[in-house]
Structures are given as structure tokens and as C-alpha cells.
Ligand binder design. Structure first.
Ligand SMILES: C[S@@+](CC[C@H](N)C(=O)[O-])C[C@H]1O[C@@H](n2cnc3c(N)ncnc32)[C@H](O)[C@@H]1O
Ligand SMILES: [Zn+2]
Length: 318
């Protein structure tokens, strides 16, 4: 089953180039998935290097272990595959006993395999239980629990802030009304409620009407924005001087966190703007390598439509 792990790595050549990996380097793939990026990065660091792969999804880890295991001995780095959340980066890296890291890759969000497995509940296109936990072994909060227990105000807030959905309060109102009859347990039931809430005339633009609400639920279930902040902060601490932080995000809230985090470490000065010279003396920790995000070529999007919204940002430790 693991050999069928189908996920096409996004911006692969760009990630490899910007990670600046050399033989014997230590590379951390914070979102290992099926090792699409890591199996190529491994060849750059070679048998003298160390590859640490983190994923909270055990299906992904098993697929990655199998794929990395097929690398020839002479290029296979020391492998440390860690089941865990990159929000707990210190714990994951302390367990591997590496002193520092030469490059980190974060390829955020869910994999095609997670989306395409209806029983995981990520897809609005297939019917399945409203789950959406990336690590069902550890997490208890599911999308179904949110939909059936959050009050209308909280539902509105998460749908609006995590997806910019114009119809957030109407969707929340319809959800609360519907669940008084019976709990909303499946993705198909929720899609029907969302379709009823968004007026037909407004439904033409912006893709599938349930896309934004499903994204918001996924972010809430997995605490995605909080773990991104703590994962990036930790990665910056672990980077060796000259080491690279490479991040691919897929929606504007993630990209804003990446951009703001890079900016705050690239400009530490906290002096009032009218002070002629810096008095706080706080030195920059990062240099920003990509002023503007790198995006996939039209050809890549044609080949792999899921690359469409990808944005790549890179920073280097001073
Ligand atoms: C877009 S996929 C990565 C695909 C991988 N780069 C490849 O090409 O095969 C994202 C992966 O990161 C994992 N993931 C997402 N958020 C995570 C987190 N906070 N901690 C650990 N893993 C996470 C998901 O389980 C998923 O397998
Ligand atoms: Zn200053």
C-alpha cells in the first residue's frame, strides 16, 4: 500500500537549489510526506550527511521510510525519521542528537494522499466522516466536533478568519439550524448545508462553495497557524550560520506568517523610527533570500494543479 503513495513534490528543483545543500550537511524535512523532496535532497548530502524527516502522519512516514530505503548505499545519508509535530521541533531534534542544521524545508498543509483518502475527511469532493486530524492517534478534536458543538459566533469567527469566506455568518447560522435536527457527521452533509447557505448567484466565483469552509476547519482542527509560528521560530534557532530556511505555503495566512517571521528576524531593531542611529543594538539574525515569493511555472501548474497556490520563501541565517 505504501508504494502507492502518490504525491508530486511542488517546486522541487527550486527547493533543492535554494536549500544550498552540500555533501555531509544536516537537512531537516519538517513535513516529510512521501519524501518527494527528501529523496532528492538525500543525494545532495550523500552518505556523510544526516537527513531528519518529521511528519505527524504515520501513513506518510511509512511511505517515506520505504522510499528512502531504496536509495543506493553510497548516497543514503544517516536517516532519522521522527513521528511528531514540527510545532514541537526541539523535542524532535533533541532526539536525533544533531548539534545544528544546514537547511530546513517546510512544505505546508496536507498531501495529495491525505486529501484523496475519503476516510480522513479532508475532501469536500468525496463523502467521508468529518475528521481532518493529521495525527488521529494524538489529536482528539475533529471537524465534526467543531461543527456540532461550537456556537454560531465561534463558527463564524473561524470560518471568516481562516478562509476569508464572505458568507461565514450565514454558513454558521445554517449549520446551527441543521444540527438541531440531527448531528452533521459527514463531508457530504456539510457540503449540502454550505450550498444552501450561499446564494446561488454568489456561487459562481471562487471555486467550489465548500472549499473555504473546509480549509478553515482543517486549520482549526490542526492548530496549523500556531504550530507554524513555533516551528519557524525553532528552526531559526537550530540553523547553523549560513544555513537556509525554505518554506512553501499554500494560502495567504500561512504566507503572511512566513513573511512576517522572516522580516522580524531580519530586522531586530526596536528603536523608535525618529532616532537617527540605532541605540538598541539588536542585530539581524536572518537575511531574506527571496524578496518576492517564488511561484510555480505555468508548466508545473499544468502538470500538477495542486501546485497552483504555492509560494516559496527562503531566508539564510547570519
Ligand atoms: C504537502 S505534504 C509534504 C509532501 C512532501 N514534501 C513530498 O513531496 O512528499 C505535507 C506533509 O506534512 C505533514 N504535516 C503537516 N503539518 C505538520 C505538522 N505541524 N507537523 C508535522 N507534520 C505535518 C502532513 O502530514 C503531510 O504529510
Ligand atoms: Zn535599534
Amino acid at each position: 500500500m505504501t508504494s502507492e503513495y502518490r504525491h508530486t513534490p511542488v517546486l522541487l528543483a527550486e527547493c533543492l537549489e535554494y536549500s544550498n545543500l552540500k555533501p555531509q550537511h544536516t537537512f531537516v524535512d519538517a513535513t516529510l510526506g512521501g519524501a518527494g523532496h527528501s529523496s532528492e535532497a538525500a543525494k545532495l548530502i550523500g552518505s556523510g550527511g544526516t537527513l531528519i524527516g518529521i511528519d505527524q502522519d504515520e501513513v506518510a512516514l511509512a511511505a517515506a521510510r520505504q522510499k528512502l530505503g531504496t536509495l543506493p548505499d553510497d548516497v543514503r545519508p544517516r536517516l532519522e525519521l521522527v513521528r511528531g509535530n514540527f510545532g514541537a521541533m526541539d523535542e524532535a531534534l533533541l532526539s536525533t542528537e544533531v548539534p545544528g542544521v544546514d537547511a530546513f524545508l517546510f512544505d505546508l498543509g496536507v498531501s495529495s494522499v491525505q486529501i484523496d483518502t475519503p476516510s480522513r475527511g479532508f475532501s469536500f469532493k468525496e463523502n467521508g466522516p468529518l475528521d481532518m486530524r493529521m495525527d488521529p492517534g494524538k489529536q482528539t478534536l475533529t471537524a465534526a466536533e467543531i461543527i456540532n458543538t461550537y456556537n454560531a459566533a465561534d463558527l463564524t469567527r473561524i470560518i471568516r478568519t481562516y478562509s476569508d469566506e464572505k458568507w461565514a455568518s450565514r454558513i454558521a447560522e445554517f449549520v446551527v439550524r441543521e444540527r438541531q435536527n440531527a448531528p452533521i457527521e459527514t463531508s457530504a452533509q456539510l457540503v449540502d448545508v454550505i450550498k444552501a447557505a450561499i446564494p446561488a448567484s454568489a456561487r459562481r466565483a471562487g471555486g467550489h462553495p465548500a472549499k473555504r469552509t473546509f480549509q478553515a476547519l482543517r486549520i482549526e482542527v490542526n492548530g496549523e497557524l500556531d504550530v507554524l509560528r513555533s516551528g519557524l521560530d525553532a528552526a531559526i534557532r537550530w540553523l547553523n550560520p549560513g544555513g537556509r530556511l525554505v518554506v512553501i505555503s499554500y494560502h495567504s495566512l500561512e504566507d503572511r506568517i512566513v513573511k512576517d517571521t522572516f522580516a522580524s528576524f531580519a530586522n531586530r531593531c526596536t528603536c523608535p523610527p525618529d532616532l537617527p542611529v540605532c541605540a538598541c543594538g539588536k542585530q539581524p539574525i536572518l537575511d531574506i533570500v527571496t524578496r518576492k515569493p517564488i511561484v510555480p511555472t505555468a508548466e508545473e501548474i499544468e502538470r500538477n494543479p495542486r501546485a497552483r497556490s504555492a509560494k516559496l520563501r527562503v531566508a539564510q541565517k547570519r
